[in-house]
Ligand binder design. Structure first.
Ligand SMILES: *[C@@H]1O[C@H](CO)[C@@H](O)[C@H](O)[C@H]1NC(C)=O
Ligand SMILES: *[C@@H]1O[C@H](CO)[C@@H](O)[C@H](O)[C@H]1NC(C)=O
Ligand SMILES: *[C@@H]1O[C@H](CO)[C@@H](O)[C@H](O)[C@H]1NC(C)=O
Length: 610
């Protein structure tokens, strides 16, 4: 049980913490593995007035939350979820005080304008509550899937936790318009991995690569880059076995994400120093070589820990010791005068583990051959890592994938990678139905996946270009798009890029066709981007392009780490066919099953009623 007389039992890396709602204090109790339930936490608002703690029970398919709020004690506090962080079409549990000073806790939802209605069915189960002065603490539980159409379905991947607060006491909830009240959201991976971390060897060391008193600009978005040189003990090879954030106290709401990139230059090359905005025109061009991700952290992310049998190789005689730290500051309140020294801590060991871990890129080539027409609420592109490539690139015993970082630019809304063997679909490698470019964590997979030579991996990205008037092309600029899954695996192999795009000849004939039969201004002498920009993007043309991408053969990038392709013929490659798709996951919802089924259905007793 999660609850005891005082509140929710919580654990933080070692000692068990007990939340005492009686006196608003955190009490450390002796380490007790048996009762140790891992818990997670995140700030919700930039001032940390709302701080969320939670635990996940995978057996019961339930999340238990506890919120610590610093608001006047008759104010109402709504907290819940929405598809992408908007306060409209949101599902909330709201704590409020009525005119008789009685505290209430209700399940509610907002319509497409933010207008609140109380839910027909109450799925916000209050466990404990304490309000005094400016401190409110309350704990509640929520099923992943409540089977209620008015509720949000908590899934793997990114969850947008939304909040709203307002003055109380109030007479009733119905009719409050949350669009007009103070509100916001935070992205978290709610359904975190709860596998315990392996022990570290005794010679484990840590290195924190951090900013040095950066004056954070008072603008909403800043990407700050600093060049660092690893210390001399990286002249020998080490294994990074964990990395984690090192956020300066007080910067918790401000540091949005951070990445450490390795500079892919000759080990002896000296690089010019840099400490400034990443996009500054004064940043030396050579520093663009600092692009290979070593570590990445995003708000709410826990330390990323390698499995016991593998580590990320870093250092050695041919390894440049230069790395670039990139910190994304998110400052919507335009605070001035903040000085920050946050960074990332690498935990490493010279005692090398059994396997070197590697990173492989799946998805679409970085090319303008793939494009997304404007005004599309949901346009999908798929990048293929075909069997022909895994057959030449993978070791005979296959590889073990244990981590994944999904990547698109601004318009990506959903990303997943399917795993196919023969023509049968196996369980998916990773999926994020609420993907956001602003929350690109490297996530440990909940189950390691072995992928054999001859398997295929299909990465699909969905994009929303509703607010764009021109076509979006594939490419490197933030306004261009990408579709990538950086998978972390072992043992490290030579295959580094397994990505596709539409076959070049087919694309050329498409542009020819659009001129001949559709009167578009496309031409054989124009570049690909000009051709795409020449087409008038009606819905029919957008649908036709989607149809073309879904049927055309591929051009494959099946590349080694040297940047050369593996030997083979990589044009006109047929698409991977899925003859036996994975059955849809079964929801444990009696009503939903009944309404979609005939009353006489013989499978009716299959329903998993709780
Ligand atoms: C709620 O507030 C928004 C923003 O002010 C407004 O556009 C919308 O019409 C309001 N909804 C209702 C039902 O009044
Ligand atoms: C869209 O394309 C037109 C024509 O190239 C250009 O003038 C316009 O600025 C573009 N709009 C945006 C938002 O980029
Ligand atoms: C893959 O290899 C081809 C041929 O050598 C090269 O043109 C391309 O740039 C490489 N792509 C990547 C991402 O390394």
């Amino acid at each position: 049980m999660l609850l005891c007389c005082l509140g929710v039992l919580l654990l933080m890396q070692g000692p068990t913490l007990q939340f005492s709602l009686a006196d608003n204090s955190l009490v450390a109790t002796p380490d007790n593995e048996a009762s140790a339930i891992p818990y997670f936490e995140t700030v919700l608002d930039p001032n940390d007035k709302l701080h969320l703690y939670w635990t996940v029970d995978y057996d019961e398919q339930t999340v238990t939350f506890e919120l610590r709020a610093r608001v006047p004690d008759h104010d109402w506090i709504g907290i819940g979820f929405s598809d992408r962080g908007e306060i409209t079409n949101a599902d909330l549990c709201i704590l409020w005080t009525d005119k008789k000073r009685k505290n209430r806790f209700q399940d509610a939802y907002t319509d497409e304008t933010g207008f609140v209605s109380v839910d027909d069915h109450d799925d916000c189960h209050l466990l404990s509550m304490k309000r005094r002065g400016f401190i409110s603490r309350f704990a509640w539980s929520r099923k992943f899937d409540t089977c209620d159409k008015q509720d949000y379905y908590i899934e793997d991947g990114t969850t947008h936790v939304v909040y709203a607060v307002g003055r109380g006491p109030i007479r009733r909830l119905d009719g409050i318009n949350l669009s007009k009240e103070r509100h916001g959201f935070q992205r978290v991976q709610l359904l975190k991995n709860v596998i315990p971390n392996p022990p570290f060897p005794e010679d484990t060391k840590t290195l924190t690569i951090h900013n040095n008193k950066v004056a954070v600009p008072n603008v909403e978005t800043t990407y700050w880059c600093t060049l660092h040189r690893l210390p001399p003990n990286f002249e020998d090879k080490n294994h990074v076995i964990q990395y984690s954030s090192a956020i300066q106290e007080g910067s918790e709401g401000l540091v949005h994400h951070m990445e450490v990139f390795h500079c892919e230059v000759d080990a002896h090359k000296k690089l010019p120093f840099w400490n400034g905005p990443c996009t500054s025109p004064e940043k030396p061009k050579i520093l663009e070589a600092c692009k290979r991700v070593l570590a990445a952290w995003a708000m709410g992310a826990l330390p990323f820990t390698y499995p016991e049998e593998a580590g990320l190789p870093i250092g050695g005689p041919s390894f440049s010791r230069y790395v670039m730290l990139e910190v994304h500051y998110n400052n919507p309140e335009l605070k001035a005068g903040v000085i920050d020294s946050s960074g990332i801590t690498l935990t490493y060991t010279p005692s090398l583990r059994e396997h070197d871990a590697g990173v492989m890129e799946l998805g679409l080539e970085y090319t303008n051959k793939m494009a997304i027409p404007p005004r599309q609420p949901d346009f999908a592109l798929t990048g293929y890592c075909v069997a022909e490539c895994t057959r030449v690139g993978f070791p005979a015993e296959g590889i073990v994938i244990f981590g994944s970082q999904l990547h698109t630019h601004l318009t990506g809304i959903k990303v997943y990678t399917k795993h196919i063997r023969g023509s049968e679909e196996l369980p998916e490698l990773n999926r994020d139905n609420h993907y956001s470019t602003h929350f690109q964590e490297i996530r440990r997979l909940k189950r390691k996946v072995r992928v054999y030579p001859g398997d295929s991996l299909l990465t699909t990205c969905h994009y929303c270009t509703s607010d764009r008037e021109n076509i979006t092309l594939g490419g490197f600029a933030i306004s261009d798009e990408m579709c990538v899954n950086y998978v972390h695996y072992y043992p490290k192999m030579d295959l580094e890029v397994c990505k596709s795009s539409i076959d070049t000849k087919v694309l050329k004939s498409y542009f020819r066709y659009m001129k001949q039969y559709n009167d578009e201004e496309t031409s054989g002498s124009k570049e690909v981007d000009e051709n795409y920009k020449s087409i008038h993007w009606s819905q029919a043309n957008a649908d036709f392009l989607h149809h073309l991408y879904s049927n055309a053969p591929l051009s494959m990038q099946c590349n080694q780490s040297s940047g050369d392709r593996f030997p083979g013929f990589w044009y006109g490659t047929p698409k991977t066919e899925i003859l036996y798709p994975l059955p849809l996951p079964k929801r444990r919802c009696p009503n939903i099953m009944c309404s979609s089924k005939n009353d006489n259905d013989e499978d009716a007793d299959d329903n998993d009623v709780e």
